[in-house]
Write a new protein. Structure first.
Length: 78
């Protein structure tokens, strides 16, 4: 977003235009939200499949995050 001073001849639409960097930031934020919802669902599924871990949320969340983290670089090797 260009939030700089408005000079003569510029309209409000131009002053608040979204450039490439802002568009990429919005896309990244959207993908981060989707990834966080998917990670939360993975923790719930892990707890449902493993009743011995169902006493709390920290253990399943740490386990799921650990495996998500080490698998991320492998996804980039394709």
């Amino acid at each position: 977003m260009n939030l700089g001073r408005k000079t003569q001849g510029q309209t409000w639409r131009r002053a608040f235009s979204i450039d490439t960097g802002a568009a990429l930031a919005l896309v990244c934020a959207f993908l981060l939200v989707i990834a966080s919802f998917m990670l939360k669902e993975a923790v719930f599924q892990f707890r449902a499949d493993n009743p011995e871990w169902a006493t709390g949320y920290f253990g399943p969340a740490a386990y799921t995050l650990f495996h998500t983290t080490w698998m991320s670089p492998l996804a980039g090797l394709n």
